[in-house]
Design a protein around this ligand. Sequence first.
Ligand code: PLP
Length: 375
Amino acid sequence: MIYLDNAATTPLDGEVLAEMLPYLKENYGNSSSQHALGRKSQHALLCARDSVAKILGCKSEEVYFTSGGTECGNWAVKGVCAAHGKGHLIVSAIEHPALIESAKDMQKQGFELTFVQPDNDGVIQPEEVEKAIRPDTVFCAVMHANNETGVIQPVEKIGTLCKERGIFYFCDCVQTAGVLPLPTKFCDGLSVSAHKFYGPCGSGAMYIREGAKIQRLISGGRQERAQRGGTVNVAAAVGLAKAFENSVKGAEENGKKISALRDSFVKRVLDEIPDTRINGGGEKLPSHANISFGGCDGENLLFLLDLEGVAVSTGSACSAGAVTPSHVLTAMGFSEKQAKSAVRFTFGQYNTVQEVDTALKILKQCVNKIRCLKK
Ligand code: PLP
């Protein structure tokens, strides 16, 4: 299997697993328990939190462990709405469904909602955010980099705009954590998710600026300073911290290696396969290549590649048996047909030059097959 879907999830790093295992086996104490076994877990949690805070450049008390990026997005939108009771929300049209669906839920409860559209390159321009701001705006979400295109957003400018107006700014950093320095000081909340940087699935962390106006999402015990009920998954938090540390340490070297693989793949696709185009412009993550193949349906291409042992993804969503095109590409002005011809290839630290070469050969054959069948 040639795995080119690293933006969807990454394999768990062996060193990270080794760090987690004691908390799944002999150190199984509940981190809220007062006995020695509980205190051991509590200590591990403390160290994990300190380590995440150090990377984010915030206080340890501003870090909360969660079940992942989706929970963080829900917490941000719903927590700010609960704290305000009413008001206007701004969400970029290219956000992950965690944000978009949460905001739509709040709209049903009486909050007003504006989606800010990207330009044709997939960039949310700060001026567009500024235009959307109203006197009653309480929340704004624009992600650090988009998961489908890899396009990096001008989050520092957007964060500053919001700060000046006292609007809670949430930045989904799920795709950028461990890759880029994170914009902690420009936001009130941000999210990271361990399975995107070789950590365990179902493990996330949320930064919430001290004093920010937000309520908890999950009520229960007094875990996470009474802001997120539920027995903490210590192994998951330990794994997140270790994977985050490793990714940050290796970011420069891995970034260079991954972007070299991606760039050579993209160049060869454009040179050797006619009627192809790269989607998204401007500054991008080193890992992403979102490519449209004229005359091909992305879903068909994905299935053919899968049969040949190459794993990729499309931004399309399957609901009720029908395939809807990517909301990100359609927001960027793509027609339904253009959006459905796109495939996302995302490279990671375990990919090799040999794999890129083989994937390209297979890709050429699959594209030809689809195009010939259409003739
Ligand atoms: N936000 C972005 C940008 C993502 O890419 C993802 C996952 O694909 C999420 C949020 C959701 O994260 P999780 O899978 O941890 O719930």
